[in-house]
Design a protein around this ligand. Structure first.
Ligand SMILES: Nc1nc2c(ncn2[C@@H]2O[C@H](COP(=O)(O)OP(=O)(O)OP(=O)(O)O)[C@@H](O)[C@H]2O)c(=O)[nH]1
Ligand SMILES: [Mg+2]
Length: 458
């Protein structure tokens, strides 16, 4: 079965390559603010599970459309022979080493070979009649075609463009390749299914496949997140106490080993998610994860992760209570804590330091040499939520990122509180219970539960 092929054409610098990149999910498409970046037609396939769903051809922009149209008008004997005349023009220019119409020949070739046309304009700049020559040439090829208005710098002239484009194209859509989510991407494909009968069933089955594929990818991504979270939460760093030792140095080493291990695990999660979602080139602002990043281990920074202390206290208290009990978030902190402590529950206020065993070093006169000091695993709710929040933020960011977006990714403050609040209270408590168990490691069934929570939180 032949798969649909679309040529993305238009003026230089209108986001043609950006559209190709987003719709084929490829980082490799060259995008630049410099006009005339694409100089040759190049085909990019959306290939998933070894099956090509469709092909998009990136093309150079029109340079001299008026001259080309006037040549065509002079050489076409009648309307029935317009397509052959366009072909004759391309053949002639291909044989002419000094051709002034190289870009036009290059962009028209894939269309003459059978590609459908996606014509791209910029909705932030006014329409002008000079575009009529381009649209007329495309019309002369007789190929199925649609127009996309890319609001590169805003939507100021979208309506004006819509009126002009609909004279030449039966389907006109606004499409921003930087932000288009998969649903929006499908609308471009569906439009073509309506437009051109021979491709209808192939496109419809592609859309079905793509939807199922996206679902599967999300589940795989969430499982990667769950596995790495458990790895971080259950991690233990160790250091052997030598005969002669300086307490502070030993503590610092342990703390630094532990931090390094967790950061390395977090980075490995990022890399795996980037590979899964085909964003291998994506840059993260590295200071966010290393030197300048607020120290995860300093509780005074926790407000930066959008965590509501009161809420975490209530959740960890509820999680420790009998199954099904939900202690209301917002109940006065003092009575809540009293209840939690009286019930012999884990104190929600216990800081991460509670999991730092090195305090034992302070005990005077105990012969420690030869013993092993450990840091971790992370049993504390606030810290567990920090790691969860950061992981879900990254997951959501990479899910929403289009391939046209080449900016450095920045992780904003986590919105974990908002995410948690969207869940019913009893679910928040169930999740807390699972998170608080994760430091012991999770069995397969629990890991899948954590995966499903991650899907729900995003
Ligand atoms: N803000 C914003 N910028 C965009 C959008 N689409 C494209 N751009 C930017 O516009 C510039 C040109 O994008 P390209 O995709 O390279 O455009 P092109 O039409 O392929 O350009 P040529 O190959 O030079 O003809 C790049 O800097 C893109 O990042 C958009 O929807 N929003
Ligand atoms: Mg380009």
């Amino acid at each position: 079965m032949t798969t649909p092929v679309f040529a993305v054409v238009g003026h230089p610098n209108k986001g043609k390559s950006s559209i190709v990149s987003t719709l084929t999910r490829q980082d490799a498409v060259k995008i630049s603010e410099i006009s005339g970046t694409t100089t040759q037609s190049q085909a990019f396939e959306l290939r998933l599970d070894d099956v090509t769903q469709y092909t998009l051809v990136d093309t150079p922009g029109f340079q001299r459309p008026r001259q080309v149209l006037s040549w065509l008008e002079q050489h076409a004997p009648n309307a029935a022979q317009r397509k052959q005349t366009v072909q004759a023009f391309v053949d002639q220019e291909n044989q002419n080493a000094a051709s002034r119409y190289r870009d036009e020949a290059e962009l028209l070739q894939p269309i003459l070979s059978g590609a459908g046309i996606i014509y791209v304009v910029d909705g932030s700049l006014p329409y002008s009649p000079e575009f009529e020559a381009e649209m007329t040439i495309l019309q002369w090829t007789g190929q199925p075609r649609m127009a996309l208005i890319n609001p590169i710098g805003g939507e100021a002239y979208v309506e004006q463009w819509r009126d002009a484009l609909s004279q030449y194209f039966s389907v006109v859509r606004v499409f921003d390749p930087m932000t288009a989510d998969p649903q929006k991407q499908f609308t471009v494909l569906s439009a073509f299914a309506e437009l051109y009968e021979p491709w209808r069933s192939a496109i419809e089955s592609s859309i079905r496949f793509l939807k199922a594929y996206a679902q599967r990818l999300q589940e795989q991504g969430a499982l990667i997140v769950a596995e790495h979270l458990v790895q971080m939460l259950s991690h233990v760093s160790e250091v052997k106490v030598p005969v002669e030792f300086a307490q502070n140095l030993l503590q610092d080493k342990l703390k630094s080993d532990y931090q390094q291990a967790l950061r390395a695990t977090e980075q490995s999660m990022h890399k795996q998610l980037q590979a899964l979602f085909a964003h291998p080139q994506m840059q993260l602002r590295s200071t966010d994860l290393t030197a300048d990043y607020p120290d995860l281990f300093d509780a005074s920074h926790w407000f930066m992760y959008g965590l509501d202390r009161q809420k975490i206290i209530a959740l960890s208290a509820s999680a420790g209570a009998a199954a099904g009990a939900v202690i209301d978030v917002g109940v006065g902190g003092a009575s809540l804590m009293a209840g939690a402590v009286a019930g012999g529950l884990v104190s929600g206020l216990a800081s991460l330091a509670a999991t730092w065993k090195p305090e034992k070093l302070k005990i005077k006169g105990v012969p420690l040499a030869g013993k092993t000091l450990t840091a971790g695993p992370a049993k504390e709710a606030t810290f567990a939520f920090v790691l969860l929040g950061r992981a879900v933020d990254f997951f959501e960011m990479i899910l929403a990122r289009t391939h046209a977006d080449r900016s450095v990714a920045e992780m904003s403050d986590t919105r974990l509180n908002d995410r948690l609040t969207r869940l019913p209270k009893y679910e928040q408590v169930q999740l807390t219970r699972l998170i608080l168990r994760a430091h012991k490691g999770l069995n397969d069934q629990e890991l899948l539960q954590l995966r499903d929570w991650i899907l729900k939180l995003r």
